[in-house]
Design a binder for this molecule. Structure first.
Ligand code: ZOZ
Ligand code: NAD
Length: 715
């Protein structure tokens, strides 16, 4: 008997326990183990019914996702029988089989449970078909059995959106048959005893919830329409709808065959390779090679934020949302009042939208304590500074913190451009100093760049990584270089978008090409949203270290000189109406024409492909330099940064994975072409050249330690 599936008996009930930690994935050997166990119990006359249960913390969390890469890299679309064989084996068992669910029954896990004749679960269990989030669809008859149990509308929702539902909801929809109070195995055995000796009920035979064509047609049409809007360009979402539709139109086995075709199409798509990369990437970024998993964490029970402006107010909300009391310090009463009013307005909006109750809002507001002094800072476990971007001011504040904060308190800066080591040098405890770079709006954006200073201690790093999860953020540890990772890459991306306009592309065409590529917004509209003045001020400050022989984009500086900062002034690249709808801006067009004349660049028609290649490969080339310089540990860290902070489409996997999928040789050749046309700004990163020549990918690179010595960041 396979060790992956253990067999035992209690009275007349045979028990199959899946034993494949941590999540009981259906790795090779698990389906075979279940089949062998069924064979044995079927031959054993003393067994009258069977319970299938998961050992450890969960039922079956699905197919082993690592196996998918092996299948697609082998290129054999027909490899292996999949899971349907074993599910049919369970369904055809002559003795009733009961799935007993705790933790999660996801993907192939729920499909396995639906192959059983009955399902019971503890109330805390969750069931779902999350495959669409991996760019695939259920591949073991989930799209055929689920509508038979739950009805077409619910099955569509679960297979297309991919979110799990709770056991009580699953009971309501007929996906499970009973909630077990108390011990799951005891309850499942009791349930199985009630079915012993009865003819097993096969889900494939149920048809009463499948509806008829005229009732179903509008449901499918609406689902397709919604998926087109909400899951833009995602092949799997549309495929899942087609597969569920097949369940309503074809006999069971033909429906399963149709599902298999659609599953294979999705599995072999770049989208699924990208999304599977994201799944493992999200779990990878939390790992820091030289910071062991068991590094002691500093308890963060009380916090303080300095500056109640755009960022400080949002950061205070994030802390309060996680139940952490926070002091919020300003210099003047008026600024403090403004900051608190904004926080109150944001929370009130959420209450109005029904996201949480007034009571929750009141509790959160009560956790934020406004102050004009440093009183109480001595008790804070962590202080996050979010004052104006200026080194002298930041150093003054860190010098003060050094004097008043208790030993062991984390001193963090939200700086977006300044050298964290220089800030730390204002203290006698640089090991407690770190960058926590939240993105605007801090209470909404998921990305948190954690900037490792040369002296930042492992405890401080581990605590910030763990805290980001508690705050609902995706923490990515990066090196202390100018712009850190995200903004350093964003510079060349936005630079190219502006150059394309200077060369003849329209503002709308540039934004539309990147929106169609999948970006949440085009690069020029993003500039208007963030404020064109932010970059303008930084460029002015860094002017002396810029290379005047290198081409610089002109248009945004000119727009700023006219006071057009973007949405906040009602005009930037676009004009904004009262509802913030972007409209063509004739005044910006005049600025553009003037800049085009000034540069003397020949105007030409520019296609979508060039727009996308110029902008996205600018990200990739800079990303390669960051890796080469040692300011990121892995290419996937850059991908996760872009997915969570910059609206990069998950189904492209992030900029570096996208380049891997296009093929680095092709990317390198295109970058060389741009270098010939546009000069040194496009010199290929040596790492890109090397990987292209070796036929490798960014994902092939091993994790590296972050460079922590001297940096390019401005002191
Ligand atoms: O891990 C959470 C989760 O959501 N897992 C993925 C669930 C999922 O997407 N299941 C569907 C898989 S696709 C599928 O099943 C297709 C299908 O229809 C079958 C068709 C077969 C066709 C055959 C083709 C020939 C979960 C909620 C379960 C637990 O969350 P936690 O936060 O407690 O734990 P994690 O996420 O940190 O996970 C712990 C470790 O387990 C790894 N892992 C999780 N699910 C896996 C998996 N590895 C392989 N396959 C899975 N399904 C995870 O990467 C992590 O590993 P480490 O090394 O980072 O610890
Ligand atoms: P802001 O101008 O909106 O707010 C700064 C606040 O700090 C002001 O309210 C000011 O009164 C207050 N302040 C100044 N000196 C102070 C002191 N000694 N004690 C207490 N309060 C003081 O600026 P912001 O946009 O919130 O930026 C804050 C920091 O976050 C900067 O370092 C910035 O680079 C960084 N950042 C900004 C963004 C963004 O998009 N705005 C994004 C990421 C990081």
């Amino acid at each position: 008997m396979s060790e992956l599936v253990l067999t035992s008996k209690q009275g007349e009930i045979g028990i199959l326990t899946v034993n494949n930690p941590p999540v009981n994935a259906l790795s090779p050997g698990v389906p075979e183990g279940i089949a062998a166990g069924l064979d044995a119990f079927e031959k054993d006359d003393s067994v009258k019914a069977i319970v299938l249960i998961g050992g450890g913390r969960t039922f079956i969390a699905g197919a082993d996702i690592k196996e998918f890469g092996k299948i697609t890299s082998g290129g054999d679309r027909k490899r292996g029988p999949g899971l349907n064989g074993i599910l049919n084996r369970i369904e055809n068992c002559t003795k009733p089989v009961v799935a007993a669910i705790h933790g999660s029954a996801l993907g192939g896990g729920l499909e396995t449970a639906m192959g059983c004749h009955y399902r019971v679960a503890v109330a805390s269990a969750q069931v779902g078909q999350p495959e669409v989030k991996l760019g695939i669809i259920p591949g073991a008859a989930g799209t055929q059995r689920l509508p038979r149990l739950a009805g077409v509308a619910k099955a569509l929702e679960m297979c297309v959106q991919g979110d799990p539902i709770s056991a009580p909801e699953a009971l309501k929809y007929g996906i499970i048959d009973q909630i077990v109070e108390g011990d799951l195995l005891t309850g499942a055995i009791a349930f199985a005893q009630t079915k012993a000796g009865t003819a097993p009920r096969k889900v494939r035979d149920l048809t009463d919830k499948l509806g008829d064509e005229s009732a179903n047609a509008p449901i499918f049409a609406a689902a397709r329409d919604t998926a087109r809007k909400r899951q833009r360009n995602l092949i799997a979402a549309q495929a899942a709808i087609s597969a569920v539709e097949a369940a309503t139109k074809l006999p069971f086995d033909a429906g399963v065959a149709r599902e298999s075709e659609l599953f294979q199409d999705c599995l072999f798509s770049d989208q699924s390779k990208a999304l599977i990369h994201v799944f493992f990437g999200e779990r990878e970024v939390v790992k820091v090679p030289d910071v062991p998993k068991d590094t002691p964490l500093i308890p963060v029970n009380k916090a303080a934020v300095i500056g109640a402006g755009t960022m400080g107010g949002g950061i205070a909300m994030v802390l309060a949302n996680a139940g952490i009391p926070v002091l919020l310090k300003e210099t003047e009463q008026a600024a403090l009042d403004r900051g608190l009013a904004t926080i109150r307005k944001n929370y009130a909006n959420s209450v109005a939208k029904g996201r949480f109750t007034q009571d929750v809002m009141d509790k959160r507001m009560a956790l934020i304590q406004p102050t004009l002094s440093y009183d109480g800072f001595a008790e804070a476990d962590m202080v996050i500074e979010a004052v104006f971007e200026g080194m002298a001011l930041k150093k003054e504040i860190f010098g003060t913190l050094d004097k008043i904060c208790k030993p062991g308190a984390i001193l963090a800066s939200n700086t977006s451009t300044l050298n964290v080591d220089e800030i730390a040098s204002a203290t006698t405890r640089p090991e407690m100093v770190i960058g926590t770079h939240f993105f605007s709006p801090a209470n909404v954006m998921r990305l948190l760049e954690i900037v490792r200073g040369a002296a930042s201690s492992k405890e401080v790093i581990a605590t910030c990584m763990a805290l980001s999860k508690k705050l609902g953020k995706v923490g990515v540890l990066v090196g202390n270089c100018r712009g850190f990772v995200g903004n350093r890459m964003f510079g060349p991306y936005r630079r190219e978008a502006q150059f394309l306009v200077e060369e003849g592309a329209s503002v709308e065409a540039v934004d539309k090409a990147l929106y169609d590529f999948g970006m949440a917004m085009g690069p020029l509209a993003t500039g208007d949203l963030a404020g064109l003045d932010v970059g303008w001020r930084i460029r002015k400050e860094y002017k002396e270290i810029g290379d005047s022989s290198v081409r610089q984009p002109l248009i945004e500086d000119r727009l700023c000189e006219l006071g057009h900062y973007g949405q906040k002034t009602g005009a930037g690249w676009y004009l904004y109406d009262a509802n913030r709808k972007p409209l063509h801006n004739p005044q910006a067009q005049e600025v553009i024409e003037a800049c085009r004349k000034e540069t003397g660049i020949a105007q030409r028609a520019i296609g979508n492909e060039e727009i996308v290649d110029r902008c996205i490969y600018a990200l990739v080339n800079e990303g390669a330099r960051i890796l080469e310089d040692g300011f990121a540990m892995r290419s996937v860290d850059l991908d996760i940064t872009y997915l969570n902070g910059y609206g990069f489409p998950a189904h492209r996997g992030g900029p570096m994975k996208y380049a891997d999928l296009v093929g680095l040789k092709k990317v390198y050749e295109r970058v060389r072409e741009f270098e010939q046309q546009h000069g040194a700004l496009w010199t290929p990163a040596p790492l890109l050249k090397q990987l292209a020549e070796e036929g490798k990918t960014f994902s092939d690179l091993p994790a590296q330690p972050l460079k922590v010595a001297s940096t390019g960041a401005k002191a």
